[in-house]
Design a protein around this ligand. Structure first.
Ligand SMILES: [Zn+2]
Ligand SMILES: [Zn+2]
Length: 207
């Protein structure tokens, strides 16, 4: 199929430092080169009558007044070029181990709780993978449990310290799942005392 001919023929960009061009926005005059003006193949000299400074300002204004559109566009770009993005990010991290290390350090300094919970989640994931128990949970699940239990031990009701345990109601070693609905947050004493017992086998639960 023939492409629709555009009204203006395409112009090749040829720098004309000897010619003066005026920006239609700020009215400033600059040499007709791409150093000063935005390229546009449909305009005379292959340049838009808009200087880089005004173009940047226009883009900033657009971004400021259309934050949602910009966000959508960014997300669309990311999905379209996901592989390239990820490859670049991986390369960057491999080539900048120091930046990587500092970012991790900053994250754990800013979110000590998250890091601690994530470590526990990873630990029980490893244990459940060894036993091929089904199910999984996330840091958010643990945080939600702590909140819904009012930061109290599920079994004895004591106030949870930061040494709380994530207890599998039915232990992984007894075939319990690793998903959130098999979890409760307990004090250290209760979890260690319960061990691998099923809730009904554990007589200490009422003490
Ligand atoms: Zn301008
Ligand atoms: Zn307890």
């Amino acid at each position: 199929m023939d492409s629709v001919p555009s009204k203006r023929p395409k112009q090749l960009y040829v720098p004309r430092p000897d010619v003066e061009m005026q920006c239609f926005r700020c009215k400033a005059k600059y040499p007709a080169t791409s150093e000063w003006f935005v390229k546009n193949v449909f305009k005379k000299f292959g340049l838009e009558y808009c200087c880089h400074q005004c173009n940047r300002k226009k883009q900033q204004e657009y971004r400021a007044s259309n934050p949602e559109k910009v966000k959508d566009q960014k997300a669309a770009d990311y999905h379209k070029h996901k592989d390239a993005y990820l490859r670049r990010a991986t390369e960057y991290h491999q080539n900048n181990p120091e930046v990587n290390r500092l970012a991790k350090k900053r994250y754990s300094e800013n979110h000590p709780e998250r890091v601690k919970i994530a470590a526990r989640v990873a630990q029980s994931k490893r244990r459940s993978l060894k036993r091929t128990n089904a199910g999984s949970h996330t840091r958010a699940d643990v945080e939600l449990l702590i909140k819904t239990q009012n930061e109290k031990c599920w079994w004895c009701g004591c106030k949870l310290s930061d040494k709380y345990h994530v207890d599998h109601r039915v232990a992984l070693s007894r075939g319990g799942s690793n998903s959130a609905n098999n979890l409760c947050i307990t004090c250290e004493r209760c979890n260690l005392s319960k061990g691998k017992k099923l809730p009904h086998e554990w007589s200490n639960r009422l003490l």
